[in-house]
Write a protein of this length. Structure first.
Length: 213
C-alpha cells in the first residue's frame, strides 16, 4: 500500500478504521473509546469536498464537514454552495463551521460546532460561546489527533495504527483538496485544483451568457 494523498488511499484509510473495529462519530458528545471522528476542513474547494464526501459515503462512512462563510476561494451562499450543503446532508454527513478568527457566522446551515481556520495558539482551544470548539480539551489531545496538513503527517500516515486498533479514539482531520486533486506534492495537487477551477469558471461564464466564441 502506498501512502500517497490520493482518493484511493483516502478510501483505504476509511477501510482501515472499519477493519480496526472503529465506529464513526461526530462532535455532539464527548469521544468514547472505539470511535473515529472524521473531520474535514474545507479551505479551498467545494468540488474537492464533494469528491471526498461521495467516496466516503460509498465506503459506508460519514463525517463532519467544516465550511467557510468568508472564503476567498468559494462562496457558500452561491447556488453551488447551497447544492454542496444539500448533497453533504443527503450523503449522511454533518455540516459545521470553519471560522476565521474572530468571526463566527453560525446559522441554521450549520451544527453548533466550530473549527478555526489556521488558529493561533492564544485562542485555538478557547471556549466558543454557544458552540463546540473541536480543538477544545474534550475533543483534542495530541495522542488522539492526526492531521494531513500540507501533505505531511507529523507521525506518519495513520492507516496502520487504525487497522490495528491502536488508538483508543481518534480525531482525524483531513483537507479534501489534498486528496481529491492529483499530485505528488502539495504544489502539484494545487495546480490540478486550479486546472479544474479554470474549467468550472469557463462553465460559469457560459451560464452567465458571456460570449466565448
Ligand atoms: Zn497510509
Ligand atoms: Zn482551514
Amino acid at each position: 500500500m502506498t501512502c500517497d494523498f490520493s482518493l484511493e488511499h483516502y478510501r483505504e484509510l476509511v477501510r482501515a478504521a472499519q477493519r480496526g473495529g472503529y465506529r464513526f462519530a461526530g462532535f455532539d458528545h464527548s469521544p468514547e473509546a472505539g470511535v473515529v471522528i472524521l473531520r474535514h476542513d474545507v479551505d479551498l474547494s467545494l468540488e474537492g469536498a464533494l469528491a471526498v464526501a461521495e467516496a466516503e459515503a460509498e465506503e459506508g462512512a460519514w463525517s463532519t464537514w467544516f465550511l467557510m462563510t468568508r472564503s476567498v476561494f468559494y462562496n457558500l451562499a452561491s447556488p453551488e454552495g447551497e447544492r454542496a450543503i444539500a448533497r453533504l446532508r443527503e450523503l449522511g454527513h454533518r455540516v459545521a463551521h470553519h471560522a476565521v478568527w474572530p468571526d463566527v457566522d453560525l446559522d441554521d446551515r450549520f451544527e453548533p460546532v466550530v473549527a478555526w481556520h489556521n488558529p493561533d495558539p492564544e485562542y485555538m482551544q478557547a471556549d466558543v460561546p454557544g458552540a463546540v470548539n473541536v480543538m477544545g480539551a474534550r475533543f483534542f489531545d495530541p495522542q488522539h489527533y492526526r492531521s494531513d496538513s500540507n501533505q505531511h503527517w507529523r507521525h506518519g500516515c495513520p492507516h496502520g495504527e487504525l487497522e490495528r486498533g491502536e488508538f483508543e479514539w481518534l480525531q482525524l482531520l483531513t483537507h479534501p483538496e489534498i486528496w481529491a486533486f492529483d499530485g505528488a506534492s502539495m504544489r502539484e495537487s494545487m495546480e490540478s485544483m486550479l486546472d479544474a477551477d479554470r474549467a468550472a469558471r469557463l462553465e460559469h461564464l457560459r451560464n452567465d451568457r458571456i460570449d466565448l466564441s
